[in-house]
Design a protein around this ligand. Structure first.
Ligand code: NAD
Length: 319
């Protein structure tokens, strides 16, 4: 039986990845600084460890016999735009330490295949209508936020270990990922979850506040598609970074409209000042498409699933 370690298994994408790997027949150890917020982890074994410490990374990687066949590194100090703008130092300090120690320990302990979860935040800002950017165009680098700079550094570090210590490294640059069992309140939630929560909280005909003027363009990738992409990339021969994202690009106003439709409510928007991030995105998916991967969920279907789950959480909180 193949073995996999998922770092960040108490989080949103890591939690879904554990289930995917088990469905593929793996024995999975999950590691996180906390238990999963919304459900008991499906992992065969779950360790609560702070991966900013080198010895905890070694503990996470230690098996009775041999090494893990595959290590998936998704642990990060992470959140939506509000968090990314207010916690720059924490993000750069905590996530860099996790990656510095995990990458080195994995390479030293002879892990054959290592996955790193990067982000399209490594790219510069774009204008609406610009042609697709390829992975190589992240350089020369000008990420819009410190979270993106940390990801870029950690990508390069993982690739250095691949060159120097022979550990096969696979790197995905995720575009905004959303779905059930993700953070939906508390300040770290990302735009799709925040908007679903706000819509669930108001009556039909109500008004929700949205940061910015609503014209920022993004694509949103449903979590089932994301974990399928991670799995395919890990088992491909694609070296270097690979974008994974739904090819449907929408404005924030269109995102709100999709949530309103899923809720069956009429929703009005009040635009307010707030951290919006980049103006526009448009990325090539050619590399991940070469594995046969395609997004199966477009916004309407993905938001329907996500809204239903967040509405349940909002109702449960009220009672
Ligand atoms: P998440 O916050 O739900 O998961 C990250 C997990 O890392 C959390 O459970 C957290 O507790 C854990 N963690 C933080 N510090 C830790 C530490 N010191 N030791 C051990 N665990 C620690 O976020 P997510 O959305 O599931 O993101 C997973 C990965 O994907 C992250 O690396 C993130 O940067 C990357 N990513 C996510 C998105 C997205 O849209 N969700 C987009 C681009 C990249």
């Amino acid at each position: 039986m193949k073995t996999a370690l998922v770092c960040g298994a108490g989080g949103f994408i890591g939690g879904h990845l554990v289930k995917k790997l088990q469905k593929e027949g793996y024995w999975v150890r999950g590691v996180d600084i906390k238990e999963h917020e919304f459900e008991t982890s499906a992992a065969d074994e779950f360790l609560v460890l702070d991966l900013r410490e080198a010895e905890n990374c070694a503990t996470a990687l230690t098996l009775n016999e041999g090494t893990f066949d595959e290590v998936y590194q998704l642990a990060a100090d992470m959140g939506g735009m509000g968090f990314i703008h207010s916690a720059e130092c924490e993000i750069m300090h905590n996530s860099a330490l996790i990656n510095i120690h995990m990458t080195r320990q994995a390479a030293d302990m002879g892990v054959p295949r290592y996955f790193f979860s990067s982000s399209v935040c490594v790219y510069r800002d774009m204008q609406p209508g610009e042609p697709e950017m390829t992975e190589a165009q992240a350089i020369p680098a000008n990420p819009d936020n410190e979270y993106g700079w940390e990801k870029l550094y950690s990508e390069r570090m993982a690739l250095a270990y691949e060159r120097n210590q022979g550990m096969t490294v696979r790197i995905a640059r995720f575009q905004n990922c959303y779905g059930p069992y993700g953070t939906w309140t508390g300040g770290r939630e990302k735009a799709p979850a925040a908007i679903c929560r706000k819509v669930a909280e108001v009556e039909d005909g109500g008004t929700i506040e949205v940061w910015g003027d609503g014209t920022a363009v993004r694509s949103y990738t449903y979590v089932d598609d994301m974990v399928e992409g991670i799995f395919r990339l890990m088992h491909s021969d694609l070296q270097g970074a690979v974008n994974i994202g739904c090819p449907e690009y929408v404005t924030v106003n269109e995102l709100v409209a999709a949530v309103a439709e899923a809720s069956g409510k009429t929703i009005h928007i009040k635009h307010i000042d707030g951290p919006v991030g980049v103006q526009s995105r448009n990325f090539s998916n050619e590399r991940i498409y070469s594995t046969g991967w395609r997004a199966k969920y477009f916004l309407k279907e993905g938001i329907a699933e996500t809204y239903a789950w967040i509405e349940q959480q909002v109702k449960a909180q009220k009672t």
